[in-house]
Design a binder for this molecule. Structure first.
Ligand SMILES: NC(=O)c1ccc[n+]([C@@H]2O[C@H](COP(=O)([O-])OP(=O)(O)OC[C@H]3O[C@@H](n4cnc5c(N)ncnc54)[C@H](O)[C@@H]3O)[C@@H](O)[C@H]2O)c1
Length: 387
């Protein structure tokens, strides 16, 4: 029997994370202050396991064993024997501090504590602990059972042994673990910003409508979903808030400036699929708008968004947030990009990317288009990002 894992918070993420750990063979205790939420999580996990059994991923005996290895409780004291506790409660620093302060009284001194936070810094959450060297970020993507990527984020106080241990453990859960620095948005939520932001900007300039931009990114770019379809899927409230949080956390760097168009959609209640209307209309009988299939325009849109994405990926490497391989893995495994952005840059040539950014920078004179120094270096040296 493998070691015991604790998960605090049985919402969207916590239930998924608990299931992933149980499927890896661990005994798992899932806690929540709300007993109704625990019931809902148990039902959701049961029906997910049933589907996986039908698909042949597990035998019914295996599914039964996974279920038997899971316990649900409203009490943190049930986490006493855990070797790792992952917190996935509300995104509120004061509430997280309360939980971690209590947890530290319950668990053994060697138990590793982690948060699934998307937007708070690991340093700030860990600061409430007597031993912050045992604390780090373990950031799963939604839905946790399906998305292969997990960002592992040591804070300034985290011991390197604990980081390495967690990287190995998460890999043994059949997930792709990438280690990154405790900076706003970690890898994915930082590097992906231009996918949304530049698409919105192109629309705001009147160059193309939503359907045409989505068509360019899927048909010409090979992305699984266009930016507007994806924002509608994520929800404009959630996606806008991530952008705004990253923008503020980067001291209002114009590269991350949020868009009025998205804000207005959010304010109007056009949140996306969940409200029946976002950038597109999802109500019964509504007809999807047709794109303008002009190849030259599509190519221009695709290239403009792609070079901004590559510039952001280069910046994450330049600022030592993560290695080039980790950045590429994060974008292919966390948000399903068709290629790693840096491998894409290598294929096109850093000089090709730089040339297009310099044209945009000269045209607009805005910092959002300033080419990253690492990209300049790669272009000058005619070298590659991925060796
Ligand atoms: N939803 C996503 O797509 C996503 C993706 C990655 C990371 N995250 C992060 O994961 C965390 C959880 O997000 P979520 O979307 O699962 O939230 P959620 O609202 O679905 O679930 C939060 C759960 O925490 C419980 N809770 C609240 N206070 C608690 C406490 N003091 N003790 C125990 N349980 C408590 C609530 O009852 C609820 O069941 C957040 O930090 C969020 O930033 C979310």
């Amino acid at each position: 029997m493998k070691v015991k894992i604790g998960v605090v918070g049985a919402g969207t993420m916590g239930a998924g994370i608990a299931q992933v750990a149980a499927q890896a063979g661990h005994r798992v205790v899932l806690t929540d202050t709300n007993p109704e939420q625990l019931k809902k999580a148990e039902q959701q996990i049961s029906s997910s396991l049933l589907k996986l059994t039908e698909k042949g991923k597990f035998s019914s005996e295996e599914a039964e064993e996974i279920k038997n290895n899971m316990a649900y409780s409203t009490q943190l004291s049930e986490l006493q024997e855990a070797v790792l506790v992952i917190e996935a409660i509300v995104e509120n620093l004061a509430v997280k501090h309360q939980v971690f302060t209590q947890l530290e009284q319950v668990v053994s001194p060697t138990c590793i504590l982690a948060s699934n936070t998307s937007s708070l810094s690991i340093a700030s959450i860990g600061s409430c602990l007597q031993d912050p060297s045992r604390f780090l970020g373990i950031h799963f993507f939604n839905p946790a059972t399906l998305m292969p990527l997990v960002e592992v984020i040591p804070g300034v106080a985290t011991s390197s042994e604990n980081t390495q241990h967690i990287e190995e453990l998460i890999t043994s859960w059949h997930k792709t673990a990438v280690v990154c620095k405790d900076t706003p948005g970690f890898i994915v939520n930082r590097v992906a910003r231009p996918f949304y932001g530049e698409a919105l900007r192109i629309y705001e300039e009147g160059l193309a409508d939503f359907a045409t931009i989505d068509w360019a990114m899927t048909t010409i770019g090979g992305f699984k979903m266009g930016p507007f379809t994806l924002m509608d899927y994520i929800g404009n409230d959630i996606n806008y808030t991530v952008t705004e949080t990253v923008f503020a956390a980067f001291y209002f760097d114009p590269r991350f400036k949020p868009s009025f168009t998205q804000k207005r959609h959010m304010e109007a209640g056009f949140l996306g699929r969940k409200t029946g209307r976002g950038f597109y209309n999802y109500q019964e009988g509504s007809v999807a708008p047709a794109p303008n299939r002009n190849e030259a325009l599509g190519q221009q849109i695709f290239e403009r968004i792609l070079v901004l994405l590559i510039n952001e990926a280069a910046d994450a490497v330049f600022m030592q947030v993560a290695s080039p391989t980790a950045v590429d893995l994060a974008m292919t495994k966390g948000v399903n990009y068709p290629k790693g952005l840096l491998a894409w840059a290598d294929e096109l040539g850093a000089g090709w990317v730089l040339e297009r950014l310099e044209i945009l920078f000269a045209e607009y004179g805005e910092d959002r288009y300033r080419p990253n120094p690492l990209l300049r270096r790669k272009a000058r040296e005619q070298s590659k990002f991925i060796l």
